[in-house]
Design a protein around this ligand. Structure first.
Ligand SMILES: Cc1cc2nc3c(=O)[nH]c(=O)nc-3n(C[C@H](O)[C@H](O)[C@H](O)COP(=O)(O)O)c2cc1C
Length: 169
């Protein structure tokens, strides 16, 4: 099997895709062949020796494209190393981060067969001006300030740690 990695992402507003692009770039620097694709378009994992799945969290859930990706590819994912990252808190409040990590653990518990080699939460990006129905009707969300707390150093370091795990499992 060629040493090829799939980086799949589930996004609504694009910030998770940008993080997936950064993860893919780091893996490529480490000489991995990488395909970067929306999770909803992936029909088969044949030819990939490992997978990274990136997903936004919405209303305490994994993005539905990520949930469907896990369900659809259960068998293939059980046979390969898989890492997952989820986005993301809006600010650097430690309590919020703990709550989001707990959210991710709870969501992953819905897939008891799923044993990722790594799972991580990254800070997210939020822009109230881009909210779509029905969220544009929620006053609390509309009043929140725009923010982007994606930590590119942390993202690149995590991607490097994944490359290391894949190189010496
Ligand atoms: C309506 C709404 C609900 C959200 N719910 C959660 C959540 O439950 N947990 C979380 O960590 N982040 C939540 N977020 C933050 C998003 O995950 C974050 O903005 C992320 O960067 C969005 O990714 P995307 O641009 O790829 O869609 C929410 C954002 C919005 C707009």
């Amino acid at each position: 099997m060629p040493a090829s990695v799939l980086v799949a992402y589930a996004t609504r507003y694009g910030s998770t895709q940008e993080v997936a692009e950064a993860v893919a770039a780091t893996l490529r620097e480490r000489r991995w062949e990488v395909d970067l694709r929306p999770a909803r378009e992936v029909r088969s994992l044949e030819g990939y020796s490992a997978v990274v799945l990136g997903t936004a969290l919405y209303m305490f859930r994994l993005h539905k494209d990520a949930r469907r990706f896990l369900t659809r590819n259960r068998e293939a994912l059980s046979k390969r190393p898989v890492a997952i990252f989820a986005m993301g808190p809006f600010n650097n409040d430690e309590k919020e981060w703990q709550a989001v990590r707990a959210q991710l653990d709870k969501e992953l518990a819905m897939f008891p067969w799923f044993a990722p080699i790594a799972h991580e939460v990254f800070g997210g990006k939020f822009d109230p001006a881009k909210l779509r129905f029905p969220y544009n009707l929620v006053p609390y969300l509309r009043r929140l300030p725009a923010s982007d707390i994606r930590d590119w150093n942390a993202i690149n370091a995590w991607a490097s740690s994944i490359a290391e795990k894949l190189e010496s499992p």
